[in-house]
Design a protein around this ligand. Structure first.
Ligand SMILES: [Zn+2]
Length: 439
């Protein structure tokens, strides 16, 4: 049994000026409490919420007796979280000042301070009594509300002063029980592709994560060199350009899309997803050729770790079980003959040294992951989805297993499921393998 937590952001309708002022005052008091608390916490080294509350509760209450008492609780929670992350940053040498600075504030609410009044309104306790706020629900909000997610007791509120609205951060929770899997979908991730094997059919998704990270890195460096010389290190023009590069968004959109496709395919078949067990360090052979440590780390985070994390997160939501297997030599051994596969310089297609059949590097990795999942599962190995893997020279019949369906980035980024691969693509010129498509 596991629990999945999601935050959904919902705006309120624009508030009347007088009502909005109540929240401006509330935010001021809350901010003041948090500021005092973080200074105290950082000075005394106390980061525990309970300790902070025990020591400061009385003082906070006498400072703002008109505030509902639980704001003293949530301010302590808020301050404890901020101080912890400040200490972490300071340890890494990333803290700019020697005390935590409170810049942006969202007001933390607990179950005594707010409740859902109806599906489109909430009630918040303030120093001027309890106030009803109408929400402007959107599609995603309704989906959570109507599909088995329950609103949690904690919430946050931020003020949007320009449009006089509250921005509420509502937390939804769902507990999920995983099922007994009837089969496996194996997923092999590398720096520019993700290969997926479902029921003997292989799909190769082009992700281009390495290219995105590298492209961003070089562009960033170019901008830095030029503007640092002209305007100094900390200039506004440079920051603006960096924002536009939006590397993070591009990467994360793609990985969530992919995670969605994989996890839903597994869930429909009641399969488990097989993933490589990743180490802590980017020890993959594939990115070893990149000398820069930091850059290698970023490529690893973006492609390997990033895709895995997205799949894990989605799998929790759909209660899809995940099996981890050792990734050692998965692309080098023939799963049929248990013999080495020979790749001639840089080619992604290799020949089995025993059977002589051809294998696509990413597809063979998927088969080996699947095989290891079967073996580790205590199932009746060595049977592998109709393939016999006892070493006898069984030809792999169709070429379907060797030639994955290749999906370039632009088309699959619009798909909803694996089945969409069978649909003809509208613009066949866009489907050439290896073509870089900017999206
Ligand atoms: Zn072979």
């Amino acid at each position: 049994m596991s629990e999945v937590v999601r935050t959904v952001v919902v705006k309120s309708t624009p508030l009347p000026r007088k009502l909005f002022m109540v929240f401006v005052e509330l935010e001021g008091m809350y901010r003041n409490m948090v500021e005092q608390l973080v200074l105290y916490a950082a000075r005394s080294g106390i980061t525990s919420f309970t300790k902070l509350k025990a020591l400061k509760y009385g003082e906070l209450r006498s400072l703002y007796p008109q505030l509902p008492s639980h704001y003293a609780y949530t301010a302590c929670q808020d301050a404890s979280t901020r101080t912890k992350s400040f200490f972490k940053r300071r340890k890494k040498g990333l803290a700019k000042k020697d005390y935590p600075v409170v810049n942006r504030v969202s007001i933390w609410l607990d179950d005594h301070l707010w409740r859902m009044k109806s599906s489109t309104s909430i009630e918040i306790a303030t120093h001027k009594g309890s106030v009803t706020i109408e929400l402007e629900p959107h599609k995603q909000y309704w989906r959570y509300l109507n599909s088995g997610w329950r609103p949690a007791s904690e919430a946050k509120v931020k003020l949007d002063k320009r449009s006089r609205r509250l921005i509420t951060y509502l937390v939804f929770k769902k507990s999920a029980e995983t099922y007994e899997s009837r089969g496996f979908i194996s997923v092999d991730v590398n720096e520019n592709h993700v290969a997926v094997l479902v029921d003997d059919k292989a799909f190769l998704f082009e992700t281009g994560f390495k290219d995105i990270v590298l492209g961003y890195y070089y562009r960033r460096r170019r901008v830095q060199e030029r503007y640092d010389k002209l305007y100094g290190v900390n200039c506004r023009v440079k920051r603006k350009i960096f924002r536009k590069l939006k590397e993070r968004k591009k990467k994360s959109d793609l990985k969530w899309k992919l995670a969605n496709i994989v996890v839903r395919a597994a869930w429909e078949r009641q399969y488990a997803v097989v993933l490589e067990e990743l180490g802590e360090e980017p020890a993959k052979d594939m990115i070893n050729h990149i000398g820069d440590n930091q850059l290698r780390h970023r490529i690893y985070q973006a492609s390997f770790k990033g895709v895995q994390k997205a799949i894990e997160e989605k799998a929790r939501e759909y209660s899809v079980p995940i099996v981890y297997v050792n990734p050692r030599n998965t692309s080098r051994m023939c799963p049929v003959h248990n013999a080495g596969i020979i790749y001639s310089n840089g080619c992604r297609i290799g020949r089995c040294s025993k059977g002589g059949e051809l294998w696509h590097r990413d597809v063979v990795a998927c088969y080996n992951l699947l095989l290891r999942a079967h073996l580790g599962n205590g199932g009746n190995a060595p049977s592998l989805g109709g393939l016999v893997v006892d070493g006898s020279p069984v030809p792999l019949g169709s070429t379907a297993t060797h030639d994955p369906t290749v999906a370039t980035r632009a088309p699959w980024a619009r798909w909803k499921s694996l089945e969409d691969t069978t649909k003809p693509l509208k613009t066949p010129t866009n489907t050439l393998q290896g073509q870089t498509v900017v999206i």
